[in-house]
Design a protein around this ligand. Structure first.
Ligand SMILES: [Zn+2]
Length: 408
């Protein structure tokens, strides 16, 4: 593995950025995204991979196997970011996949199974509002019609953004039935590896996630003239609900439950008017499907109690749920064997963040490898993973790719 090549690729992808100096912003199908994709196409074509896109906007680079009838080993991640995000989320996994192909070619390793690099579209959901849209559409969890009609904040539909994107190679979609397994490397986005002084995390499970928008309707009224007992204050009700939600996450649900309200807006949002309408986001996660269901229904019933007591109306608009998944133990053991051989400190761990790999796990065997995030920070400009940790991760990752491809 050549460290310069690896960091060169990461730097190059991040040179395509809509917000220089203020983190990385590279939203799906924007000019920055297209430039980064074109760069990846060039890199993969230079390696001799066959490059194509599907009708979703996912990008693939395929390396022939000596037995083309065998199902493919897939590896990849995403290159879209959140607004003002970091340099490593998604990029590390994309680079790890391309570097695995490069290593096989450089070392003259002939894979038996075909190997496919995958760059999934719209993982973050930052432009069209649905996370992992590309992988969910590929696996059939999200139908094309729903995908195409998603719109961005300017009202541009997905289909139109996809059409105007520059890549219109061959439309070919790898059939999920023809994928032997899928591997993703990713930054941890938490503090566990750093705190335990481990370089690698072998992911055992990925948390399921239920998101929703909670809307509270009260009555907007004069802040001076309306007695406290006669109010239907949407914002005050929201405040009580948010505290109750935090309580469900920290005390009432399971040990791995997390519940977050990260976004709120209220109307009319004026200092001397009682709020008549308030909307906030809800994000609940757990690696156990039943606990996740219980946590969400617990939150719903607490919020409806609060709304009744306060004389406001509450409605929940739930987004499609992502189920928790257990990842492949045997692929984890391949990572483990390689980490041991290379003398790299590792641990087995769950993932609280959801990734394309979690979606792919609905249709194939999946393995995931984490590298440390400094101070656990991610989705911010300060996101950082040391070069030597990325290098170690890519080495172990490519060992596993070669082993699963039956490389010789
Ligand atoms: Zn990611």
């Amino acid at each position: 593995m050549h460290p310069d090549q690896l960091t060169g690729m990461i730097d190059r992808i991040n040179s395509f950025n809509a917000t220089p100096g203020r983190g990385i912003t590279r939203l799906t199908f924007t000019p920055q995204y297209e430039a980064a994709r074109r760069y990846l196409v060039e890199e993969m074509e230079a390696l001799g991979l066959t490059v194509y896109v599907d009708d979703i906007g996912n990008l693939f680079g395929s390396l022939k196997g000596s037995d083309p009838n065998l199902p493919a080993v897939m590896a990849g991640s995403h290159i879209d970011t959140v607004n003002h995000g970091g340099r490593y989320d998604g990029v590390v996994g994309t680079v790890a996949a391309v570097e695995s192909a490069r290593r096989m070619i450089r070392e003259g390793i002939k894979p038996r199974n075909p190997f496919i690099v995958a760059v999934f579209a719209e993982e973050e959901g930052s432009r069209f509002g649905q996370v992992m849209a590309g992988s969910r559409a590929l696996t059939g969890l999200l139908d094309r019609q729903t995908l195409y009609t998603l719109t961005d904040s300017d009202g541009t539909p997905y289909s139109e953004a996809l059409d105007s994107a520059n890549l219109k190679n061959i439309n070919r979609c790898p059939s999920p039935a023809n994928i032997k397994c899928m591997l993703e490397a990713h930054i941890e986005q938490s503090v566990v590896l750093e705190q335990r002084s481990k370089v690698l995390g072998i992911v055992q499970s990925i948390a399921g996630i239920q998101q929703a928008t909670v809307t509270i309707e009260g009555t907007a009224n004069h802040a001076g003239a309306t007695p406290m007992a006669m109010r239907s204050d949407a914002l005050a009700a929201a405040a009580e609900m948010i505290t109750a939600i935090e309580d469900v996450g920290s005390r009432r649900a399971g040990p791995s439950t997390v519940a977050t309200v990260g976004n709120i807006d209220c109307e009319p949002n004026v200092s001397n008017v009682i709020s008549g309408l308030c909307r906030f986001s809800l994000d609940v996660r757990d690696s156990d499907a039943e606990i996740l269901t219980d946590a969400v229904s617990g939150i719903r019933s607490l919020c409806s109690d609060i709304s009744e007591r306060r004389g406001v109306e509450v409605t929940f608009t739930e987004k499609p749920r992502t189920e928790p998944v257990t990842l492949s133990r045997s692929i984890g053991q391949i990572f483990e064997e390689s980490a041991r051989k290379r003398n790299l400190p590792y641990m087995w761990m769950p993932s609280g963040a959801v990734h394309d790999a979690a979606v792919m796990a609905q249709v194939t065997e999946v393995g995931m490898l984490f590298v440390p995030s400094r101070k656990g920070r991610s989705h911010v400009p300060e996101e950082f993973t040391a070069e030597e940790d990325i290098l170690a991760g890519v080495e172990v990752f490519s060992d596993a790719v070669i082993s699963l491809c039956g490389g010789s």
